[in-house]
Design a protein around this ligand. Structure first.
Ligand code: EPZ
Length: 431
């Protein structure tokens, strides 16, 4: 498997444009099946997860092609709602297709997405929401068949503000007869982006971004051209990379409003952050101060997707910081790997006690999941010596050519084959 080889200790500097949001593009591409015409989705990041979603849409009969950052979709020939199991296994987010395919075809067959490195990833809230709209669900082994002669609006209360469940219910309810209200809905910016996209196709949805979303079903959806929001987690990753390497980095096409919890934490640690419109500059000149306590929680609280990243930054701070993970039960897998680089982190249940050390040291480490992998890359950038990050396919799921992005900021980072020969990014090879 490919690896990233990093010569650490060099402050990042320069300017970089933020990629489109993976976690907005995936549900929006799924929602496009509600329309039966040609659509263009702009600012789509070129990622492995996006490629899998396009492969699934193609397998269902649509035309779905990414050129540059634009996806051209033709939904007129969509003829199947049976998602191929082997594609579903490659990306659990294909579960987002349940709601819109059910709405379009009256039935949909998917497979249990199963858990992953960060947790069990249950889908009970997705299924309960679709049942509330009138779906009949049969689970046989790993197969889930969902049928609904007609979808009817309903009042739905989510036990937990699940991002995916909120999105699946929104997409099905958009085509239901009557009004649906989702209470305790997720409030992430990606939910707002999905609402804007669905409404651009003719849906009537209000309230995304709050905990109550109202959807008045419509019978037809028309094609549209839509631009995805910037990826706040990719932006947050670069902000932490700039701070952890004591660099001076400017981000373009970023939405600071989506990053207030991270900005607050970094400023408390002594990082200088100045924003103007969609430009943000991050500078860090001294050893960061510790941050007493960070608790991950649904938006707008500190995002679980940035937990491993901030942990790297705090492992270099002056003092003891505590990070509590409340969203996923298995999201501390990066801790042992950071320990091999000299970090001093003790985990007790879902809390990590991070005693800052003056420096980290390069080592050979293994990515276990997308954001843990990104954290190890940042640790390598900040560490003294050489770091080799293995299993980097996890990282390519969510970051567009991460080594190219970081090289543009002065990082000494190369993608190599298992034998050590230098490679271009896998996405270059996909062509
Ligand atoms: C989305 O996952 C994101 N993925 C995740 O980003 C992100 O970490 C997560 O939201 C939380 O912000 C995409 O948008 C593609 P959830 P999702 O449903 O929808 C439990 C990344 O790194 N739950 O809000 O799966 C679940 O077990 C990825 O880009 C149920 O119990 O997140 C988890 O503990 C990782 N039953 C919690 O809710 C359900 O039916 C949060 O899950 C659904 C979820």
């Amino acid at each position: 498997m490919e690896k990233l080889v990093i010569e650490g200790g060099k402050p990042l500097s320069g300017t970089i444009r933020i990629q489109g949001a993976k976690n907005a593009a995936l549900p929006i591409l799924a929602a496009s099946v509600l329309s039966d015409g040609n659509l263009i989705i702009e600012n789509v990041p070129d990622l492995l997860d996006i490629q899998v979603m396009l492969d699934i849409l193609t397998s269902l009969g649509s035309r779905a092609v990414l050129t540059g950052q634009k996806v051209h979709l033709d939904m007129s020939r969509l003829h199947s709602s049976h998602i191929p199991e082997e594609l579903m296994k490659q990306m659990r987010s294909s579960i987002f297709l349940m709601g819109p395919l059910l709405a379009r075809f009256g039935s949909v067959t998917v497979y249990q997405p199963g858990g992953c490195a960060i947790g069990e990833r249950k889908i009970n809230l997705h299924l309960q929401g679709l049942e509330a709209l009138g779906a009949v669900i049969e689970e046989t082994g790993s197969t889930i068949v969902c049928r609904a002669e007609k979808l009817t609006g309903a009042d739905i209360v989510l036990d937990f503000p699940s991002v995916g469940a909120t999105e699946n219910i929104m997409m099905a309810a958009a085509a239901a007869v009557g009004r649906t209200t989702i209470h305790n809905a997720a409030r992430e910016p990606e939910i707002q982006d999905l609402q804007h996209f669905l409404n651009a196709m003719g849906a009537r949805i209000y309230g995304a971004g709050t905990d109550t979303i109202t959807i008045d079903g419509v019978s037809r959806f028309h094609p549209c051209v839509y631009r995805i929001i910037p990826d706040r987690i990719a932006a947050g990753t670069l902000m932490v990379a700039a701070a952890a390497t004591r660099g001076n980095v400017t981000l373009e096409q970023v939405n600071p409003q989506h990053l207030t919890s991270l900005i607050h934490v970094l400023k408390r640690a002594g990082v200088q952050i100045i924003s103007s419109g969609d430009i943000m500059n991050i500078q860090c000149h001294n050893r960061p101060r510790r941050v007493e306590r960070i608790v991950t929680s649904p938006y707008p609280a500190f995002p679980t997707d940035l937990q491993s990243l901030i942990m790297v930054f705090l492992s270099l701070a002056d003092g003891l910081s505590i990070v509590k993970e409340t969203v996923f039960e298995g999201r501390f897998k990066h801790v042992d790997e950071l320990g091999r680089m000299g970090a001093d982190i003790r985990v007790d249940m879902n809390a990590a006690y991070i005693k800052g050390v003056p420096r980290l040291y390069g080592a050979t480490v293994e990515a276990t999941d997308l954001r843990a992998g990104a954290a190890l890359v940042i640790a390598g950038l900040a560490a003294h010596g050489t770091t080799v990050v293995e299993q980097i396919h996890h990282i390519d799921r969510g970051y567009e050519q991460i080594e190219k992005m970081l090289t543009r900021l002065g990082a000494r980072i190369r993608r190599k084959s298992p034998e050590g020969e230098e490679l271009s990014s896998p996405l270059d090879r996909i062509g």
